[in-house]
Design a protein around this ligand. Structure first.
Ligand SMILES: C[S@@+](CC[C@H](N)C(=O)[O-])C[C@H]1O[C@@H](n2cnc3c(N)ncnc32)[C@H](O)[C@@H]1O
Length: 329
């Protein structure tokens, strides 16, 4: 791919990292940032997923030639499986934060994958600079909701894809927040009716959680520009987008990238509902562990009901993974 090689050789590099744009720090609370750092320790375990992602890429006959580009790699949680899978001829692992790219680079290089792997500081807008039809595939884990004009970003990626190439991403879903919010409100009301004084920080987190659902669930809210996390999606958003753009959509409800890739205790691709509720209340809603324990105990029955439906593949969708494939002609 001469055009791609020429383009990449025109991009400045510092310490072997391509500088497509200026670094922008990841504006997230230190607590949640630590969560991503911890997840990065699992990079070696992602070798398990390397086989299953390979199977998916083969099934869809995704072209092997060309570059696999990861956008928003963070500390490299997904990058390990991509690189170890070795489906593509070469890899470009990027993030808008230079600090996170360095962290991911250190971890991925420890894996000694044998694949050709490059790293870059890059925002999603920089995809526009790549030659058309030059990229093998794009990958994003929990990144699309950070992008204000996500449709435009996906359209640009489509244009840069080789025929048959894919955009593979995983995202949190609005529906799950809409399920949890009424349960949290009911629980709060029950405690108040019993005369229990809720801590200020619990009330603040509950208000912030409800506020975030309103902001990120509203596709027309320009205020979203101010926030690091900008959207919660619905599965129908992706079906609709694919239809308009003439792409083939493969959707995997309740399959985070990791669940989809791992061959662990759950049937492939299924999340463990209660575990995800706990995790979301701790990280997304930022509620203190003692409050989360109380909530889980008090709401055992409705949560059990929802968990049962989720196991059947009928419950509320917490995350989804999506593959959009560019037609071969
Ligand atoms: C929720 S984290 C996910 C990190 C990683 N993919 C993972 O799953 O652990 C979002 C990442 O996207 C990056 N990011 C945010 N806005 C971006 C943009 N416009 N272009 C590229 N990366 C972006 C952040 O720096 C952060 O590393």
């Amino acid at each position: 791919m001469q055009a791609l090689d020429n383009y990449l050789s025109s991009v400045a590099r510092t310490d072997q990292i391509y500088q497509f744009s200026r670094s922008k720090s990841y504006q997230i609370s230190p607590e949640r940032y630590r969560h991503f750092k911890q997840q990065a320790h699992d990079v070696r375990r992602t070798t398990m997923g390397a086989r299953s992602i390979g199977a998916k890429l083969l099934e869809l006959d995704v072209p092997r030639s060309g570059l696999a580009v990861e956008i928003g790699c963070g500390t490299g949680r997904l990058s390990g499986s991509l690189v170890l899978n070795g489906h593509f001829e070469s890899y470009l692992i990027t993030d808008s934060s230079g600090e996170l790219v360095k962290e991911a680079k250190r971890r991925i290089e420890e894996l000694e994958s044998g694949s050709e792997v490059r790293f870059g500081v890059m925002r999603e807008q920089d995809v526009a600079g790549f030659p058309d039809a030059s990229v093998g595939s794009f990958f994003m884990a929990a990144v699309l909701h950070h992008i204000l004009d996500w449709k435009q970003a996906l359209r640009t990626m489509k244009k840069k894809l080789q025929p048959g190439g894919i955009i593979f991403f995983t995202e949190p879903c609005l529906e799950f927040g809409l399920t949890l919010a009424p349960l949290l409100m009911t629980f709060k009301k029950t405690l108040e009716d019993r005369g229990v004084q809720l801590e200020q920080r619990v009330l603040k987190s509950l208000r912030a959680f409800a506020g975030a659902l309103k902001q990120r669930g509203d596709p027309f809210n320009l205020e979203q520009k101010k926030f690091e996390d900008k959207h919660f999606f619905r599965l129908s958003d992706m079906y609709h987008f694919a239809q308009v753009e003439g792409m083939e959509a493969h959707l995997f409800p309740n399959s985070s990238f990791h669940a989809l890739l791992s061959q662990g205790e759950h049937p492939r691709g299924r999340i463990k509902f209660e575990k995800v509720v706990r995790q979301k209340l701790g990280t997304a809603a930022q509620l203190p562990p003692a409050f989360v324990d109380q909530f889980m105990e008090a709401m055992q029955e409705p949560l059990g009901f929802l968990a049962h439906l989720a196991e059947l593949g009928r419950g509320p969708v917490a995350h989804f993974s999506c593959i959009l494939q560019r037609p071969r002609r």
